[in-house]
Design a protein around this ligand. Structure first.
Ligand SMILES: NC(=O)c1ccc[n+]([C@@H]2O[C@H](COP(=O)([O-])OP(=O)(O)OC[C@H]3O[C@@H](n4cnc5c(N)ncnc54)[C@H](OP(=O)(O)O)[C@@H]3O)[C@@H](O)[C@H]2O)c1
Length: 220
């Protein structure tokens, strides 16, 4: 397969690119700084190109004519500690989907997060509501808008929105079966964490199953 990866130079993105290459896929890394990628992953099946993720034209120019099978977004707001309002995820996703349509790429996988959409009894623990949630309200509102755009306006795209727990770690890749649920979270005890390496493993795993086509999936 040919995977176009957005956010390839990020912490999850690097794991994804490396694991995809290890499985003999080809990867087109769409990054804002190609020099940054040079020091991270090198492989003859990896092509690194520069894009402006806020420009449909820029993304289209790299996707068109390449027979890309899937676009996977590991984009993350790099100022995410900020409480300032954000439109990073929703704005960039509109440009990405516009480019996918023009380049006739019909499969999209993107990373969001647990608990972006709130409803009574959604299982958020008290400590999250009291101590953590406030800092991420702006980011989660933006992710909610991104998810709504994809689910409501992208019925022509076979999407999967992957929602990892709010604490990603640099822990190792392992082979345990991840729990998955079509909810805002997966039942858990303690502090819900997932390594970025295992998140990347799941992003690749779902390409081989139709189970999560046109769905959101929370994982742990
Ligand atoms: N961190 C967590 O605990 C956590 C929890 C739940 C969900 N998530 C979600 O998981 C995903 C991956 O997280 P992560 O920690 O692996 O992310 P990360 O390391 O911060 O990587 C973010 C990626 O997005 C790219 N990016 C940011 N702004 C960009 C821009 N304006 N133009 C082009 N590229 C841009 C970065 O490029 P550069 O390398 O050039 O900066 C980088 O490749 C994100 O969607 C995040 O919201 C994270």
């Amino acid at each position: 397969m040919l995977l176009a990866v957005l956010g390839a130079s990020g912490q999850t993105g690097v794991h994804l690119v490396q694991q995809a290459l290890d499985k003999k896929n080809r990867v087109l890394a769409l990054v804002r700084d190609t020099a940054k990628m040079e020091g991270l992953v090198q492989d003859s099946n990896l092509e690194v190109v520069e894009v402006d993720i806020m420009s449909e034209d820029s993304i289209t120019a790299q996707l068109e004519g390449r027979a890309v099978d899937v676009v996977i977004s590991c984009l993350g707001r790099t100022d995410r500690k900020s409480r300032d309002p954000s439109t990073f995820y929703s704005d960039s996703m509109r440009e990405v989907v516009g480019a996918m349509r023009r380049a006739k790429v019909r499969r999209l996988v993107c990373v969001s997060s647990w608990w972006t959409v709130s409803w009574p009894q959604d299982g958020r623990p008290w400590w999250y509501r009291w101590f953590v949630q406030g800092g991420w309200t702006a980011t989660h509102a933006d992710l909610t808008e991104m998810e709504e755009f994809i689910t409501m306006s992208c019925t022509d795209i076979n999407y999967t929105i992957v929602k990892p727990p709010v604490f990603l770690t640099d822990g190792p890749l392992d082979a345990r079966e991840l729990k998955a649920a079509q909810l805002e979270q997966v039942p858990f005890t303690g502090r819900p964490t997932l390594s970025r390496a295992n998140l990347a493993r799941f992003l690749l795993f779902i390409l081989g199953t139709s189970k999560w086509n046109s769905r959101k999936v929370a994982i742990l």
